[in-house]
Design a binder for this molecule. Structure first.
Ligand code: MLT
Ligand code: ZN
Length: 484
């Protein structure tokens, strides 16, 4: 628990306005609402104010002011967290610090293959800037138009191309972050090798704004692929999908850029909410895969490789049908179906989010066992199962039965279903958060899946960097807060 603030709200607001400017300090509750409610509209918080700083110096001054007066600060990027990690709680004593005005790509170094940019640049803008310079920034997630690089970093975002390029940790060479007391840490050096002691940037990446606020980064750029081949494939079951992946990696190696598993109910949900879109295959299937190969070589070669993967899959009885994208427009339409799965669930009132990673060798059995256990608890739930099978990540998201009220379904089942799925993953050495972070939604589940030593070390790091627990309080670290 923080000591009570030593400053009156009026004086604090005056101080904040003096730092960021009047227009960049939002104080009216209704205007703050888009910043205090999460993307899925499941968490509704309150704030003293929302500030929109325009520079690292302003972030530093806001944090120094809040630190001096014991005021909690909730950092926020595009507010697309699925775990309630970017909004304040209902206490109303925190300042939300949104980075959207810090949206400059500062430098693209095509010789060093790096991009230096502020944290508020959207992922879409970062990818476009790289492309304009003839390079690829390979992070790819459905919310790229809204999510920001700072949020991608603070959650160590993953997405659909991790199999080939890795997640945000792998794509980052340096960051700048403001510490809770206003000091500025920077490793914006763009070095691929730097063994000078602890790799501090990795502490901030994935810590969801609990240790510092990331304000800028140096990211790796890759060559732009010149060819791609995409197919939507019906597979017998998840075991067959794993075997097909093994075959694809054997035949195409690194060219396998994405390998997404999609369950029948996940596709059906998208097609119901987007009736103008069509299914890639003529009949419905229980399990499908969206595969993408990319390379710097010629398109014909890649098409031939994809064809031989499919032929092998059919011969071995793994593949039951397939549609190959004949054009870029086809490929885009396939991807649109895949990327809409997330929003389609939100429109249905939200599902029970489980974001599991598990060794590939166990993933198919995990899906079968978790499905059995969940259906025993919530018999008619729609099993919206999909995700980045290529890197061992499955989004396991039971959704209310058609016609059942969303709120009642979530109230009755959220905790018990997610504990069941997360418990099973933990017992199999899996992770309960592959790429979505912990936020509030999974916070207390860390008690079930982290050892006492891990939890103790996490608290020691938190106290070392944020001794008065002011940055994104009550996120990530399980409650109750242990005595120091
Ligand atoms: C996705 O893969 O679509 C995202 O992680 C979002 C989600 O699971 O809802
Ligand atoms: Zn995902």
């Amino acid at each position: 628990m923080n000591e009570v603030s030593k400053i009156s709200p009026t004086l604090l607001l005056e101080g904040l306005r003096a730092i960021v400017g009047e227009k960049a300090c939002i104080e009216v509750a209704s205007d703050m609402q888009p910043f205090t409610t999460d993307y899925r509209k499941l968490y509704h918080g309150k704030a003293l104010a929302v500030v929109l700083p325009a520079s690292t110096e302003q972030v530093s001054a806001v944090l120094a002011l809040c630190f001096a007066h014991n005021v909690p600060v909730v950092p926020q990027g595009g507010n697309t967290s699925l775990m309630g990690g970017a909004v304040p709680d209902a206490a109303g004593d925190a300042v939300v610090l949104n980075l959207r005005r810090m949206n400059q790509v500062q430098e693209i170094d095509v010789i060093n293959d790096t991009m230096t940019l502020q944290a508020g640049v959207t992922l879409q803008a970062a990818r476009a800037a790289a492309e304009e310079a003839g390079r690829l920034f390979p992070l790819r997630i459905g919310s790229e138009g809204s999510c920001q690089i700072g949020g991608n970093l603070s959650t160590n975002a993953g997405g659909t191309a991790v199999l080939r390029y890795g997640n945000m940790r792998d794509l980052t060479l340096g960051i700048e972050a403001v510490l809770p007391d206003g000091r500025i840490y920077s490793s914006l050096r763009g070095l691929r090798k730097d063994n000078t002691g602890y790799d501090l940037k990795q502490l901030f990446i994935g810590s969801e704004g609990t240790l510092g606020i990331i304000t800028a980064a140096v990211l790796k750029l890759m060559p732009l692929p010149s060819a791609s081949a995409v197919a939507w494939i019906a597979v017998k079951d998840p075991h067959a999908a794993v075997e097909l992946l093994t075959e694809a990696k054997r035949a195409a190696g690194q060219a396998v850029t994405a390998f997404e598993l999609i369950s029948g109910p996940a596709l059906a949900l998208v097609l119901e909410s987007m009736p103008q879109w069509s299914a890639p295959l003529p009949s419905a299937h229980d399990w499908m895969v969206l595969i993408e190969l990319t390379s710097g070589g010629d398109a014909e070669g890649l098409d031939a490789t994809l064809m031989s993967i499919l032929e092998q899959g059919m011969e071995r009885g793994l593949v039951t049908d397939a549609a190959i994208a004949a054009s870029l427009a086809d490929a885009r339409a396939f991807w649109q179906l895949r990327e809409e799965i997330s929003d389609a669930q939100t429109r249905e009132g939200g599902s029970i989010k489980c974001d599991i990673s598990i060794p590939l060798s166990k993933i198919a059995d995990f899906i079968a066992e978790a499905s059995k256990q969940v259906l025993a608890l919530a018999p008619d739930a729609r099993m919206v199962i999909y995700g980045h099978m290529g890197d061992g990540n499955v989004h396991f998201n039971p959704l209310r039965p058609k016609g059942a009220p969303a709120a009642a379904f979530l109230a009755e089942n959220y905790a018990r279903v997610s504990h069941t799925v997360d418990g099973l993953a933990t017992r199999q050495n899996g992770s309960i958060s592959a790429e979505h972070g912990i936020g509030v939604a999974k916070r207390d589940d860390l008690l079930l899946c982290k050892s006492p030593v891990e939890l103790e070390l996490m608290w020691q790091i938190k106290r070392a960097l944020d001794p008065t627990n002011l940055l994104n309080p009550a996120k990530v670290l399980p409650l109750p807060t242990p005595a120091p």
